[in-house]
Design a protein. Sequence first.
Length: 158
Amino acid sequence: MRLATMTDYALRLLMYVAQQPERLCTIAEIAHAYGVSEAHLMKITHQLGRQGWLETVRGKGGGIRLAVAPDDIGIGAVVRGMEPDFYLVNCLTQDVSCALAGSCRLTGIMGGALQQMLDYFDDYTLTDLLPPDPAEFPVQPPAPWQPPPAIRVRNARR
């Protein structure tokens, strides 16, 4: 299973903001730090705010900060709030009829795997994602992308 990019960015955004408890963070600075579109982060910020994880302050000098303590932000809850669905296979959707219905065990196995993954996420909070000493691991913008060095191929004919 692969989590949606929005979920990945939501967790990163929360981690960034949690490491700056003394001030408001801006979407622009977070976008720059992670190399992500500001428009995309605005959508994510809106969702996280609606779910009660972020507080947004409008206007000049505004920004975002955590609305609750990092210990109170469960990773499982964030994942559930951000993911559009959890259909690991098509038959988990409600609107699909399957020729194997009644004799297939795939749905149960996939549903069990999904539940175990969510239960695992429920064991962790935002605090668990943060470095023990933020000063040792400051959030920095990613290095600009560089193409890999050219590979020299030796002439096979001699």
